[in-house]
Design a protein around this ligand. Structure first.
Ligand code: HEM
Length: 440
């Protein structure tokens, strides 16, 4: 039964679109190549430029796409496009998909995940979550984040090669989000495994085997979360999730399924994206030693450096919207139901907004105009947490080690929507360690 439901979900959401994308990519279709061509994984940026050069909106038989900052903003901020759970499936297919999704295997793109629900449901859930997930509550975590970062750095073997993702960039966000959600840190490695499998569900064209693995991971996560929420209901802690479980506003509260979907989304979004931001930042700064030296000399520049990494090497490259009516976009007609791929990573390299967009410059005055956290009603709820966490992580790392260098070739993640590294081999030394006899 599970397998039949899963096969239906896979076929509608990934199998059919994946087949169409692969066929179109073989024919040289640019949108399909950006979505599926392995050769563009390392560098999709020339292809984004090509897409933008063809016009603000480019269409093939199935999809439209944009890499223009102005058009992407219009799509995300306006009310004519909606986020879609079906990866663009409409009508009967969308209804079959909705019926087939197993509530015991809810994922980040299944309703009632905030990412895919529409107003008024979205407005209601987002309001309830935002009451707990406030800027003040996030700022209060600053000291704890630094402690967690320092603890992880204490364990790094000086002078020996190690994987920065495994030792630092991945565990830091998972430990922080685990504290926010009141989950025991002993679950950390299990979450990382589940999260890595489940993150694949964001990509179009996911193969059946990878989907089945992700589906099993999601079942594990859902069942663990159900138990965890039941526990917090009877024995609430000081964490934000406990507050959310017990929060009632004007007689309204999140239902059990909404709580599970929100908890799962916060958990996944909390560590599957920030790991990429930290990893991408370290790689870029090692490649630009002059800029790293300037940041070491004047740490007030770190916040803008994080914005520039978000712009230049966006951890989330793509999001999808569907036209909710027949409409005009950048002067072109689009029919109701048309999926539009919004290339956030491409909009962030648009020369109309960013001078010399392919130059990495941590002092760029308007870096913050990027769309890396999307815009409009789905604007990232964790943006402030991610910014703070990355800034603390990078400062802690580069304060600790004045000599940090690549110790092998970094490996990019296999995902297209999420952009980061699975492996970033480095070697770390401190000045005192590198100058014999100077160790205090
Ligand atoms: C570098 C780190 C991060 C990046 C680049 C990022 C990016 C994004 C993007 C692009 C979206 C919107 C997608 C769309 O418009 O379709 C989003 C939504 C969201 N993010 Fe993040 N995110 C990050 C970190 C976080 C963290 C740390 C959390 C929470 C702990 C979080 C929670 C959320 C939630 C709950 C949403 C859904 C908001 C809604 O639909 O109303 N994110 N994020």
């Amino acid at each position: 039964m599970n397998r039949a439901r899963s096969a239906t979900v896979w076929a509608i959401r990934y199998g059919l679109p994946g087949m169409a994308i692969r066929v179109a990519a073989r024919r040289g279709d640019l949108i399909a190549r950006i979505t599926a061509d392995e050769a563009l994984r390392e560098n999709p940026f020339d292809a984004y430029d090509e897409l933008r050069a063809r016009g603000p909106v480019v269409s093939n038989r199935l999809l439209s796409a944009t890499a223009s900052h102005r058009t992407a903003s219009e799509i995300l901020r306006g009310d004519k496009f909606v986020a879609s759970a079906g990866g663009g499936a409409t009508g009967l297919l969308d209804r079959v998909l909705t019926a087939a999704v197993d509530p015991r295997a809810l994922g980040p793109v299944d309703p009632p995940s905030l990412l895919v629900v529409q107003p008024p449901q979205h407005t209601r859930i987002r309001k309830l979550v935002s009451r707990t997930f406030t800027p003040r509550a996030v700022n209060r975590l600053t000291g704890r984040m630094r402690e967690v970062a320092d603890d992880l750095l204490d364990r790094i073997p000086e002078g020996e090669p190690f994987d920065l993702v495994e030792a630092f960039a991945a565990p830091l966000p998972v430990m922080v989000i685990a504290e926010i959600l009141g989950v025991p840190t002993t679950m950390r490695d299990q979450f990382l495994r589940w999260g890595n499998e489940a993150a694949a569900t964001l990509d179009p064209g996911l193969g059946w085997r990878a989907f089945w693995r992700a589906d099993s991971a999601l079942r594990g996560l859902n069942s663990w979360f159900e138990g965890h929420l039941a526990h917090l209901r009877h024995a609430p802690g000081e964490d934000l999730l406990s507050k959310l479980v017990h929060d009632v506003e004007n007689g309204d509260r999140l239902s059990d399924t909404e709580l599970r979907a929100t908890g799962l989304l916060l958990l996944g979004a909390g560590f599957e994206t920030t790991v990429n931001l930290i990893g991408n930042a370290v790689r870029l700064l090692l490649d630009h030693p002059g800029q790293l030296a300037a940041l070491r000399a004047d740490p007030s520049g770190w916040a803008n450096a994080v914005e520039e990494v978000l712009r230049y090497d966006s951890p989330v490259q793509v999001t999808l919207r569907v036209a909710s009516q027949d409409l005009q976009l950048a002067g072109l007609p689009l029919p109701e139901g048309r999926p539009v791929v919004t290339m956030l990573g491409g909009a962030n390299r648009d020369p109309e907004v960013f001078a010399e967009p392919h130059t990495f410059d941590v002092t760029r005055p308007n870096a913050r105009e990027h769309l890396a956290f999307s815009a409009g009603i789905h604007y990232c709820l964790g943006a402030q947490l991610a910014r703070l966490e990355a800034s603390i992580a990078l400062q802690a790392l580069f304060e600790r080690f004045d000599g940090l260098a690549l110790a092998g070739s970094p490996t990019r993640r296999g995902t297209r929507v999420l952009r980061g590294y699975t492996e970033l081999p480095v070697r770390a030394t401190t000045k005192s360690a590198s100058v014999p006899g100077k160790r205090s």
